[in-house]
Write a protein that binds this ligand. Sequence first.
Ligand code: ATP
Length: 240
Amino acid sequence: VAVEVVPETGSTNADLLARAPTLTEPVLLVAGHQSAGRGRAGRSWLSSPEGSLTFSLAWKFDGGPQQLTGLPLAIGVALGDALAQLGVQVQLKWPNDVLKDGDKLAGILIETQGAPGGGTWAVIGIGLNLIMPDELEARLGRSAAGAPWLARMERDVLLAALLDALADSLRLFAAQGFGAFCARWNLRHAWQGQVVTIIDNGQVLHEGLAAGVDDTGRLLLDTAEGRIAVLAGDVSLRVK
Ligand code: ATP
């Protein structure tokens, strides 16, 4: 993996997606500061120069993008395990968030692009709140811990540990798909057994007890009409 560090950019995901047609090997792009970080569906991702770790990893897969639907969840598992090894316990919120004490400690955004000679480039963006951005605390109306222990760590050491875990997991995902991560995802499921709603465009689509994910990464919900499996798409999950 080629590692590149820039002091500031708009979005590391945007940068690597633009370069995807010319990439020949995996690249990790780390930004000291991201001024236009992205979330899903055009939402934005906030960061603060002193308190955020933002980076993207471009990784090539042989198949098409439809084989990558479980990838954000697999990356959540990889991050969860890596953070646990660093002494920070986190939970996973379906489909793509990492929570600590109920607050979003990290976000994962995966965007894909066809590779020129076949296969797919996945650009895996990760934003980690070592210190919670002020704007977010203002929105919450309270302070949020972040991960002060990680904030005190040497950034390079932290990044190396995360990159190592991510590369291992990406190889495992390429070989075995999300099935190899499903049980570990469920162990870290933040809202297991709680009543949740699935929201699409402000509308409640489903309500039920969250029962973990299946081996393709769909969220299982026990509703009044029985068990359903929800595809990630652009729906949001809320705990009731
Ligand atoms: P939702 O939060 O609606 O369930 P989501 O989990 O898919 O959607 P993403 O699109 O992954 O959210 O992330 C973008 C959202 O995360 C933003 O709309 C904002 O509410 C929140 N956010 C933005 N920056 C941060 C940050 N640094 N830390 C935590 N949350 C953030």
